[in-house]
Design a protein around this ligand. Structure first.
Ligand SMILES: Nc1ncnc2c1ncn2[C@@H]1O[C@H](COP(=O)(O)OP(=O)(O)O)[C@@H](O)[C@H]1O
Ligand SMILES: [Mg+2]
Length: 396
């Protein structure tokens, strides 16, 4: 057991916190989780979930940074501190909500905030990924050992550094009897295919394309001062999608590229959303129609990915996670296009859709602290499976 992080030695259960903010930048999600120490039969139990919005000015600066704004290193450093402060705040929020003693938390797993993602195959001369909100700052602010910066190691050895959730899906959510797809619709969508009784080499997973990213960008532009997103998909539900615009946007080379692949703002940030809007407007689309078209594009990119890259007839059930699971237009579109495959929110597996990824980062941290390779290299394309994550020591 000498690979085990000293403060975990001899414990058979851990209380931990997963912290996550995805490309949507809609808020910092915090999951207080209890998990066992079993290597073969890991189990996680969500005790409490909370989500805190970034202060609006921070959100705007982060969105600008991710969209390629011209900012100085000093500004990036200050944003990194602000993200760490927001993440530490989310940690204390979830502890307070649960009436849990923050000092009794064994560890934190933090995704950080992605502000750049240029993996192999994205056309950049050097592969890179940058999640800001240093684990050392979070450990210092919370006093709790923090694992973060999960993606860098994988990118250094030829991997995409993404998606990372498939390892957790494989360890925690595979079925012995059903061929299962776990579909996360965050800013970007990613899917994990877990054939019944899968071994790790059987897992197929990749980013399918934009999740809510295009829908959110257009919603904020078309319906200013009416919230950050289309609540429940209400506006998109009353619009009519323009199939020819969807087909045109589907010509983006990302969709046909074979996995391993991962996406971000670089592929599907504002310029892509404006291109969709311009194409739609040239045909007299209403604002609702434009939103419906963006939803239809997300649906089509997912359905196209299932047809292209998963075995034909090989999927028995689809579980949807992430904020997209709360958009009824998105779910209805998927149900219609994937029928007769059942499409359900992941809540039916006992985990709220909005908490799933935060739980996953707590689990990735467990694996890092136990010294276990916590990535499927067949998924990321890395030359070997590393123990991903940088460990910053708490006040033990
Ligand atoms: N109640 C809701 N109705 C419609 N869309 C929602 C709702 N809740 C969340 N979403 C969508 O999900 C997005 C956030 O999803 P999330 O899984 O947190 O993504 P990320 O990992 O990129 O942060 C929001 O920006 C929004 O588009
Ligand atoms: Mg989010």
């Amino acid at each position: 057991m000498h690979h085990v992080w000293p403060s975990l030695v001899g414990k058979d259960r851990y209380t931990c916190v997963g912290l996550m903010s995805g490309t949507s930048m809609d808020g910092v999600d915090a999951a207080l989780v209890s998990m066992n120490a079993s290597l073969e039969r890991p189990r996680v139990e969500l005790l409490r979930f909370s989500s805190a919005k970034y202060p609006e000015s921070l959100r705007e600066s982060l969105a600008d940074l991710a969209a390629g704004a011209n900012v100085t290193a000093e500004e990036v450093a200050m944003l990194a501190t602000s993200v760490a402060v927001a993440f530490a705040g989310a940690f204390f929020d979830v502890c307070r909500d649960a009436k849990a003693d923050a000092r009794a938390v064994d560890f934190v797993g933090s995704h950080g905030q992605t502000v750049a993602h240029v993996p192999p195959g994205s056309g950049s001369p050097v592969a890179a990924t940058l999640q800001i909100g240093p684990p050392a700052m979070i450990a210092a602010l919370t006093g709790v050992t923090t694992v973060g910066d999960f993606r860098s190691g994988d990118v250094a050895i030829g991997g995409q550094g993404a998606p990372l959730a498939p390892y957790c899906d494989y360890m925690l959510r595979k079925s012995d009897t059903a061929n299962r797809v776990i579909l996360n619709i965050g800013g970007i969508s990613n899917l994990t295919y877990l054939p019944a009784g899968a071994s790790r080499d059987d897992v197929i997973a990749f980013d399918a394309g934009p999740g809510n990213m295009v829908v959110d960008t257009l919603y904020r532009a078309l319906f200013p001062r009416q919230g950050d997103y289309d609540e429940g998909g209400a506006r998109a539900s009353v619009g009519a999608a323009q199939r020819n615009v969807v087909e045109r946007m589907m010509r983006h080379p990302y969709f046909a590229a074979a996995p391993a692949k991962s996406a971000g703002h670089r592929e599907f940030g504002p310029p892509f959303a404006w291109a969709l809007k311009t194409a739609a407007e040239s045909e007299d689309a209403s604002h609702e129609d434009i939103l419906a078209t963006a939803v239809a594009l997300t649906v089509e990119s997912i359905v196209d990915a299932v047809r292209r890259f998963l075995p034909e007839g090989g999927v028995d059930e689809v579980f949807v996670t992430g904020g997209g699971a709360r958009n009824r237009a998105m779910l209805a579109g998927l149900e219609g296009a994937l029928a007769p495959m059942p499409v359900r929110a992941i809540d039916e597996l006992g985990i709220p859709a909005e908490a799933k990824e935060a739980v996953d980062f707590a689990f990735l941290a467990r694996e890092a602290l136990l010294g276990r390779p916590n990535v499927l290299r067949g998924v990321t394309g890395a030359s070997r499976a590393l123990v991903l994550g940088t460990i910053a020591r708490g006040s033990e």
